[in-house]
Design a protein around this ligand. Structure first.
Ligand SMILES: Cc1cc2nc3c(=O)[nH]c(=O)nc-3n(C[C@H](O)[C@H](O)[C@H](O)COP(=O)(O)OP(=O)(O)OC[C@H]3O[C@@H](n4cnc5c(N)ncnc54)[C@H](O)[C@@H]3O)c2cc1C
Length: 451
């Protein structure tokens, strides 16, 4: 890395989005450098993936590597209220419309991110870890310079994949936070969490309360990720130290208490902010934004990694089209910037609508209704599977119909209203301390950790 060397593209961040973009570009013969301020392996939250990610991993040629790492199958989503009222509702990926993958997997990110970073290196990208970007000193189409801890780097293009650090978004004050999705997550890894047999086997478990929701994600044969996402109304007012709030919530929630009766793990939790935002415009002179650097979305439907990989494919494609092939066939910077912005906006809007739906009581009424229309349910599952980049016409129409039903439900109940489970009103049942018998997967702290 010397100041004279001119790379085709500098990628900020070697997370899954940045590494995926680097793999694509390096394989296309471009001269790529990836800078990451962290060291690998490192901890990251975001461990449950969608079927659509399998296709993205397959395209990158890393799916077999993923499957060789410790992981757990994910066949669908089990949704229940915190006190089991209404039982569990199941949504299986086998019901997805179209030819997409019919299952997904969960995995600790420490394994996945290391593999992705190494794959970028193997593809031919120069990957520098412990090398933080300090400032962007020049940002024009075809002419970029950044200042890093190891000196200046020059490139034709920059892809910002710096995650929630959102280098460009913050610098240009482009980050716009969502009006109400301002949550905080409390989470840890445990052994010995009871896994359901029968219909809930191999499902991502989502447990819903009025003040937030829990995830239970099997990560491999024995380890389970447990998290509680608290809404702003709760996390701002709760008089409990942040590192004790996972236990506080579990002790008040029958479903969690039951499944964690024999859990082994840390007694205090980690904390991370979970504020939904977007950094619009998603491209500009000399650069493209991808992954969490472009937008971060409440993780209820596990969309983050999928959006990151798909955005990487788009941005890398833009750089490749501008820099390779016969000169007469190369596309213009203006055209590629506009294309990337429009694509990211379209996908982000769709994903935002999907997440906002979860927080709409009318949508929840329909989710728990025993009289669900199968064909509408399958359209919803198709989106849940991450098939949001190329929505088939029929799925789009059914999703519109579902939105229409929600509007009707809001005005007059066509499905029975679901009375929410309120954690703050539930009687706590004290649980003995969890035994700390497992080695933690806790390495580097993510940048939005607030513990
Ligand atoms: C509570 C919670 C639960 C989640 N659950 C899920 C889930 O189940 N499924 C899912 O798909 N997603 C989930 N997500 C979202 C998911 O974690 C993210 O979408 C995903 O990690 C984004 O990947 P990325 O590559 O964009 O960013 P990251 O993985 O964050 O990588 C960004 C990289 O940029 C580097 N970087 C930052 N600043 C600089 C700098 N100045 N210089 C150099 N390098 C820098 C960082 O070190 C980091 O390695 C969850 C998120 C949260 C908060």
């Amino acid at each position: 890395m010397s100041a004279e060397h001119l790379y085709d593209c500098v990628v900020i961040g070697a997370g899954p989005a940045g590494s995926a973009a680097a793999i694509e570009m390096a394989r296309a013969g471009l001269d790529v450098i990836v800078l990451d301020r962290g060291e690998f392996p490192r901890f990251r939250i975001g461990e449950s993936f969608l079927p659509r990610t399998k296709r993205a991993f397959r395209r990158l040629g890393v799916l077999d590597k993923c499957m060789a790492l410790p992981h757990a199958r994910k066949l669908g989503v089990e949704i229940s209220l915190g006190d089991w009222r209404h039982g569990s509702q199941y949504f299986y990926f086998r019901d997805v419309f179209g030819n997409g993958d019919k299952e997904a997997f969960n995995m600790a990110r420490i394994h996945l991110d290391q593999m992705m970073m190494e794959s970028a290196r193997e593809a031919g990208a120069e990957v520098r870890t412990s090398c933080a970007l300090r400032a962007v000193t020049r940002l024009h189409d075809g002419d970029v310079e950044v200042d890093t801890e190891s000196g200046p780097v020059r490139a034709r293009w920059m892809i910002d994949a710096s995650g929630q650090a959102s280098t460009i978004g913050r610098e240009r004050e482009q980050r716009r936070f969502h009006s109400f999705l301002r949550n905080v997550a409390y989470f840890e890894h445990f052994e010995g969490v009871i896994r359901p047999s029968g219909r809930g086997q191999n499902c991502f478990a989502l447990v819903v309360a009025d003040e937030g929701w829990f995830w239970m994600i099997p990560l491999d044969d024995t380890r389970t990720s447990i998290g509680f996402v608290a809404r702003e109304s709760l996390h701002r007012t709760l008089d409990v130290p942040p590192e004790d709030r996972l236990r506080w919530a579990i002790e008040r929630t029958p479903v969690l208490r039951e499944r964690m009766a024999h859990a082994v793990g840390p007694n205090q939790n980690r904390v991370i902010s979970d504020f939904t935002y977007r950094c619009d415009p998603f491209s500009g002179a000399g650069h493209f934004l991808i992954g969490d650097a472009a937008a971060f979305l409440d993780p209820v439907w596990s969309t983050g990694l999928t959006l990151g990989l798909l955005g990487a494919e788009q941005a890398a494609g833009s750089v490749i089209r501008m820099l390779t092939g016969p000169l007469s066939l190369r596309t213009s910077a203006a055209c590629e910037r506009a294309r990337h912005h429009a694509w990211t906006k379209r996908i982000t809007d769709r994903a935002f609508r999907l997440v906002e739906g979860f927080y709409d009581p009318a949508f929840r009424d329909l989710l728990f209704s025993p009289k669900r229309t199968k064909t509408l349910e399958r359209a919803f599952i198709t989106l849940l599977a991450g098939e949001i980049d190329n929505i088939p016409f029929g799925v789009g129409v059914r999703c519109q119909a579902l939105r229409g039903l929600c509007s009707i439900q809001r005005k007059r109940a066509v499905a029975a209203r679901v009375r929410p489970f309120k954690i703050t009103l539930a009687s706590p049942v004290a649980m003995p301390p969890f035994a700390e018998a497992m080695p933690p997967l806790r390495e580097k702290t993510p940048e939005n950790s607030i513990s």
